[in-house]
Design a protein around this ligand. Sequence first.
Ligand SMILES: [Zn+2]
Length: 154
Amino acid sequence: MLNALATYSNLVSRGISLPSSLCPFCNTEVEDLLHLFVKCKFVVPLWKNILSWWNSSDPIPVDLNNAFGSTCYQMGSSNACKAFYASRLILLWLVWKWRNKLVHSPSDKRQSILNEDVLVDLKILSFLWLKNRSKLVLGEFEDWRCNPLSIEKH
Ligand SMILES: [Zn+2]
């Protein structure tokens, strides 16, 4: 499924000619799935932040399997594990959305887009999705924002 995404390297492998296949965030490496979602220096801090938000001692992902695998190394509860997994998938979606915004905006907007705080969006969106689309019981947004493990109290 992920390989269907129109990353620059996927477009080139489909025979589409592009002016550049470099990552639109860093402009230094070819944009493939591994780079875009795991390795890019603009994305690594997001992984650090999501792990910190969840108070997880899981390692920062080094490949797509551990970025998006459903394993929770350090989480006992299955509800927390499910919510943590959902948060990571939402991060994937937000990185793709962020990347597309960067690619399709005028160059004078580049810096302000790069400065956007994706973690804030992640906290809001994951709360709304889990609250409205899952069977997990969440408390108030403020509890979730500060400590998603508060899901255990409900
Ligand atoms: Zn990059």
